[in-house]
Design a binder for this molecule. Structure first.
Ligand code: UGA
Length: 481
């Protein structure tokens, strides 16, 4: 908003966060955000006094979190306290209060009620012409700036026509694409106008859940198919390619792998199931999508167990902790869930991430996971690596060095993102998701169980001698690096 030319005052209850934002220190890693922030500083202030932020604002965005309660319903306490604060401090009677947080159907009415009561309490004589709107967020972490400046659509929900007009004006330069595109993120030549869906409050509330649930179930559909393609020696990537060329299907969000993570899909699908229940509708498809998703994590454990015989005493290195590349967000990250499952079965778990290590160390203290600064530390005398997050950096790792540092060079490509041939040439036994377990150009590297059954197995590879498991156990690998 500040970049577009609006005067923006940011308020946070966390004084420290507001103070560091004032100094230009961002609390999260998001590509391009620091640059955009620097370009917008003249229009942007932060503080921890709600009165300063709220009182005469024309438009107030509520952007607080709505985390899941144990039963799947979203926790609305932060929304409620923000609404209370807005009602108390608002002096601009024609303000539009816009909710951006993802909230169950009907919650915006409740927000309006809370604001109204607090407004009346603090200003019994004042006129009340403010309106409430819902403006669901569709940005993806990791491409947040792109999705904000060049969105597929803007959804505006309100039962007040003037509020809708005001919001269209706020978003005017995005809708018409008349703002100056930042140099680091140019506009695609084909984008001239962004569609606006102006609707009632309840429809806008459902659009948000429906969009996330549909994307989530596309992913789960691909993952369920991947189980089948594995069994029949087919390749899920080719199946998806063939399917996705149908213009009605498309390829996006059909990438099979370890399933979705993050703060949105899990929470929003759980909320949709719970909202359905409250209204007597069994959201069977959404429930199934969730089941398939979480099964993918257990399947990693099953594949490792099948390969290594047992996980007790084995060292497993996870490549990637963030729930997706280009973010340091580890909320509902598949890596942490997989780590928990492996630790419970007696494995030693190490993890590496290009951006999320610091956060993971802080938030996962006492978890038992060993966070490693380098991939060499991760691979040193490990029995298996699992690619959990498809960071581009992982495409070109020193695979030969890593394979020879491991006790047993097995890699499970949980995102089908690595080049199988490269890995196999480097000496790895490669396994993907939804792909047959067969080497592309070489005879298969014996599985750990096979090697254990035959301890004298020694094989010459392009890059040297692959040592037997017993040898590997008794002779330390060279120190990495
Ligand atoms: C998601 C939606 O894509 C956004 O439109 C929405 O605004 C956001 O939630 C939200 O509700 O705030 P986000 O969770 O940031 O965005 O990231 P996604 O790109 O959707 O990825 C979610 C998860 O799905 C990641 O773990 C990713 O690895 C996984 N994924 C994605 C797959 O497993 N396969 C795919 O084909 C695509």
């Amino acid at each position: 908003m500040a970049y577009l030319g609006h005067q923006v005052r940011g308020f946070d209850v966390d004084k420290q966060r507001a103070a560091s934002l004032s100094k230009g220190v961002l609390p999260i890693y998001e590509p391009g955000l620091q640059e955009l922030f620097s370009l917008s500083r003249t229009n942007l202030t932060f503080g921890s006094d709600p009165a300063v932020a709220i009182r005469d604002a024309d438009v107030i965005f509520i952007t607080v979190g709505t985390p899941s309660l144990p039963d799947g319903r979203p926790d609305l306490q932060y929304i409620d306290s923000a609404a209370e604060m807005v009602g108390k401090h608002l002096t601009q009677s024609t303000a539009v209060i816009v909710n951006k947080s993802t909230i169950p159907i009907g919650t915006n009415r409740r927000v309006e009620e809370i604001i109204r009561k607090a407004y009346r309490r603090s200003k019994p004589e004042a006129e009340e012409r403010f309106a409430v709107a819902y403006n669901p967020e569709f940005l993806r972490q990791g491409s947040a700036i792109h999705d904000t400046l060049y969105p597929d659509r803007i959804v505006l929900g309100s039962n007040n026509a003037q509020a809708l007009e005001k919001l269209k004006a706020v978003y005017g330069s995005i809708i018409d694409q008349t703002f100056e595109a930042p140099a680091f993120l140019p506009r695609t030549e084909t984008l001239h106008r962004v569609p606006v869906v102006a609707t009632d409050l309840a429809s806008a509330e459902i659009i948000k859940y429906a969009a996330n649930a549909f994307l989530a179930l596309k992913i789960s559909f691909a993952n369920e198919l991947a189980q089948l393609t594995e069994r029949v020696n087919a390749d899920i990537s080719q199946v998806i390619h063939g399917m996705g060329l149908d213009q009605r299907i498309q390829h996006q969000f059909l990438q099979a792998g370890l399933g979705w993570g993050g703060s949105c899909f899990g929470k929003d699908t759980a909320a949709l199931v719970s909202i359905g229940q409250q209204h007597g509708v069994d959201m069977r498809i959404v429930r199934a999508a969730r089941d398939v998703n979480y099964l993918q994590r257990e399947r990693v454990v099953a594949k490792l167990t099948q390969e290594l015989g047992t996980l007790e005493g084995k060292v497993v290195g996870l490549l990637g902790v963030a729930f997706k590349p280009h973010t340091d967000d580890i909320r509902d990250a598949p890596a942490l869930d997989i780590a928990r499952r492996l630790l419970a079965r007696g494995a030693t778990v190490r993890a590496h991430d290009p951006a999320a290590l610091q956060r993971a160390r802080l938030e996962c203290q006492g978890s038992g996971v060993q966070f490693c600064e380098s991939v060499d530390m991760l691979a040193h005398r490990a029995h298996a690596l699992v690619l959990v997050t498809e960071w581009p950096q992982y495409q070109s790792l020193p695979w030969e060095r890593l394979a020879s540092a491991m006790r047993y060079p097995f890699i499970l490509d949980g995102r089908n993102a690595l080049n199988r041939e490269t890995l196999e040439w480097a000496g790895f036994h490669y396994l993907g998701v939804g792909r047959a377990d067969r080497p592309s150009t070489q005879p298969p590297v014996p599985s750990l169980r096979a090697v254990r059954r035959n301890p004298i197995t020694v094989r010459e590879t392009e890059f040297g001698r692959l040592r037997s498991f017993d040898e590997l156990l008794t002779q330390p690998s060279p120190v990495p690096g």
